[in-house]
Design a protein around this ligand. Sequence first.
Ligand SMILES: *Cc1c(COP(=O)(O)O)cnc(C)c1O
Length: 462
Amino acid sequence: MGNSKEIPYKIYLEESEMPKQWYNLRADMKNKPAPLLNPGTMKPMTAEELGQVFCKELVDQELDDTTPYIDIPQEIRDFYKMYRPSPLVRAYCLEKKLGTPAKIYYKFEGNNTSGSHKLNSAIAQAYYAKKQGLKGVTTETGAGQWGTALSMACAYLDLDCQVYMVKCSYEQKPFRREVMRTYGASVTPSPSDTTEIGRKILKEHPGTSGSLGCAISEAVERATHQEGYRYVLGSVLNQVLLHQTVIGLETKTALDKYGIVPDMIIGCAGGGSNLGGLISPFMGEKLRGERDYQIIAVEPASCPSFTRGKFAYDFCDTGMVTPLQKMYTLGSNFIPSANHAGGLRYHGMSSVLSQLYHDGLMEARAVEQTSVFAAAEEFARVEGILPAPESAHAIKVAIDEAKKCKETGEEKTIVFGLTGTGYFDMYAYESFNNGKMSDYIPTEEDLEAGFAGLPKVPEDLM
Ligand SMILES: *Cc1c(COP(=O)(O)O)cnc(C)c1O
């Protein structure tokens, strides 16, 4: 096959080779992800109900379990061309440093101002909001990448953008906030007194540093209390995973050009969007029985949704205002320990990935944050890129696997997702460099407390 061709350090695609359609993995899943439920009636959410919170066309994408390919509107494709196709890099320098016979590739999504893959879905969501004639959108942001990406997309389309930023992050990352404001967004630390749910949380937990689940509640409330606004979300939902398939589709096209077939695909998992997007075309082949791949989700040991969570219906937020989603979850009131610096702190997981994991089609590993930062630095020193802590979870497992290959002599081909850059995470790096970073693994009791808050759902729906 094409293996005789020398593989360049970076495999770029032509603009004409970029995907024109997103791939909807659900169409190929035999066991579809469970439907979202209305927590009041315990009935599947209708398009009409979802349309009160989300943009209409995005609701259609959310509920579409059957259409395998969905056209990417020309305006979104044009926007993608400003920062895509993203390079697929052969990590020759890392391979050499590790002395491994493994061949390592990474798909780098950090080449845009938001510093992550989030822009792929932000532009799509903003586009549909604009098309619907809305004035603006509300959202939450944790580490800040999603808020930045959305503010960029909204600025481009002239939409108002209101961001609720988890308070500890708002205070730790003032420059993240300022980038969002530079793109015209308004940024409020969460919990705040601008919403009913925010005031309630502040009263019950004075001095709280906030959480993603809590910021989601506030953003949803803001969207539903303003005329001409809808709520948008940067991960977890089916539609987000769909938009992120540009990552996997480009990766597949680039690998195919050189006849490369990966043995193993690795990605970090917060809410599951980058991993879902990266693996979709490969998982599709696996589901259709065409080819097999080992697929590994990597999560923090301090927020272990897959590896220690329950597969159950749960709220997507702390204030319990969102629909119920069946997923691997730690409980919507689970908040990772305060010393958690490495991102990926969401309590739940994409329902698509949850179903695939439940069906044994992919694996998951939990890693401790000091080992993640050690891997991040090892990678940065040889490959040059300063990775986001989230991305470094994937790096950690890719390095572990490459080291195993060194022992066994296997020449495995490993592909991992390098989702973004870590320039705004230097407090976390500083704490690691000063030897001050510690690991925290929740106890069984911590987890039980989270599970105790799971909503009661009729047996036949479980
Ligand atoms: C948001 C984010 C993640 C995690 O989100 P997923 O939806 O799981 O992909 C990972 N890496 C970076 C850089 C991010 O910004």
